[in-house]
Design a protein around this ligand. Structure first.
Ligand code: GLA
Length: 394
């Protein structure tokens, strides 16, 4: 059981549930995440350093005995009602946002044989739906809810895998495991060091008195995110294949070195080479960044964020003018340790690590510079390490 303070949202959730279905549901929460360093490493068998934040997706849920699944969101207009027997291995366009919970329902049913219907109302308080992984949070909250409602007591890791399979198999984004693991394994006061190839993980303390995380929303829509993302995944797979053929046979792209890349230079075109170089050098940055965090050296951690942003922009090409400008503006403030885009990139949000107490002044300065160039006022939000996922007490 977890305690959450957000009573207004919880009240709204319970009220809608009563109106739609009647009675009193059980309520659950799963957090969104930001990733400190380790950009696009999860699907390359590398390491990542995400933080489960104090915002995410809330769900009010109950099983149904009539084989129907009814899903309602306070944030989306479309309500979805389907016959459980009609849920196959893939989502359908008309299901829209409900593809995420339906994918988890399907995976849970396949794994456990438990196929009762479900009625669920969800609502989110992630500041902006752009790069903080509301999709992983909705998947994980569904997995947590089904596990609790059926009393199956699966391990968090197994719930994370169910959630991940919903995203890759059911919805069709070829993402790595970071977002679902970050949400499912979140723990108060800690970020997650996750070795994605294992998977294996460790919780590393994050000191809120030394550093805060300011999320900066460029308000630039992430248009090509799905195509661009899947294209990067494919390019990395090709680069890996070439390295295996021409240099040595390692199981993941993230395990190669710059020397290996130099040996394969002739075999790769310029684009593949730069994609692989991002992956290999980002592994160095995550090592340095994690070591810095363990020593409480937030300045050094910030330097790794800056370098990570440069590499994702130049070599991986998932940044855009807005993300470059907003992170650069943040770096110009003396209270900022470092800044980078977060999530997949292609628009959406960036994060800045800031000295506690300085977020308003950073926000003012960044907003002014950004608005002068793009004519758009960015959004800001201060995020904290959250309590992790679970059933909400009371
Ligand atoms: C998205 C994906 C993650 C990860 C990041 C980039 O958030 O869902 O699996 O690949 O992009 O680090």
């Amino acid at each position: 059981m977890i305690d959450v303070p957000r009573s207004r949202l919880l009240d709204a959730l319970a009220e809608r549930f009563r109106a739609e279905f009647g009675g009193v549901p059980r309520r659950f929460f799963a957090p969104g995440r930001i990733n400190l360093v380790g950009a696009h490493l999860d699907y390359n068998g590398g390491d990542v350093l995400p933080m489960a934040v104090d915002r995410g997706i809330y769900a009010a849920a109950r099983l149904r005995s009539d084989g129907r699944i009814r899903l309602v969101s306070l944030d989306q207009e479309a309500e979805v009602e389907v016959d459980a027997a009609a849920v196959g291995a893939r989502t359908r366009p008309e299901w829209g946002w409900a593809g995420y919970p339906l994918g988890v329902w399907h995976g849970f049913q396949q794994r456990t044989g438990l196929g009762a219907g479900l009625e669920m109302v969800v609502a989110g308080d992630l500041p902006m739906a752009s790069g903080l992984s509301s999709s992983a949070a909705i998947e994980v909250v569904t997995a947590i809810a089904l596990d609790a409602l059926h009393d199956t007591r699966l391990e968090r890791q197994q719930l994370a895998l169910l959630a991940h399979r919903a995203e890759t198999g059911f919805v069709g984004l070829r993402c790595g495991i970071m977002d679902q693991f970050a949400s499912a394994l979140g723990r108060p006061g800690h970020v997650l060091w996750l070795h994605c190839a294992g998977p294996r993980w460790e919780h590393v303390p994050f000191d809120p008195k030394a550093c805060e995380v300011l999320v900066m929303d460029t308000r630039k829509t992430r248009r090509l995110a799905k195509t661009g993302f899947n294209e990067r995944v494919a390019q990395c797979a090709t680069a890996h294949e070439l390295l295996r053929m021409h240099v040595r046979d390692l199981p993941h792209l993230a395990l190669y070195t710059l020397d290996d890349l130099a040996l394969a230079r002739e075999a790769m075109d310029e684009v593949l080479f730069r994609r692989a170089r991002h992956v290999v050098t980002e592994m160095e940055r995550i090592r340095a960044g994690t070591a810095a965090l363990r020593h409480g050296d937030y300045k050094e951690l910030g330097r790794q964020l800056d370098a990570s942003h440069r590499s994702t922009a130049d070599d991986y090409e998932v940044s855009c003018a807005e993300l470059d400008a907003i992170t650069e503006a943040a770096r110009g403030h003396e209270a900022v340790y470092g800044a980078r885009l977060t999530g997949a990139g292609f628009g959406g949000c960036a994060i800045a690590l800031v000295r506690p107490g300085s977020s308003s002044s950073v926000g003012r300065e960044v907003a002014e510079r950004f608005a002068a160039r793009f004519g758009v006022v960015p959004g800001f939000d201060l995020l904290r390490v959250g309590a992790g996922p679970g059933e909400i007490a009371g």
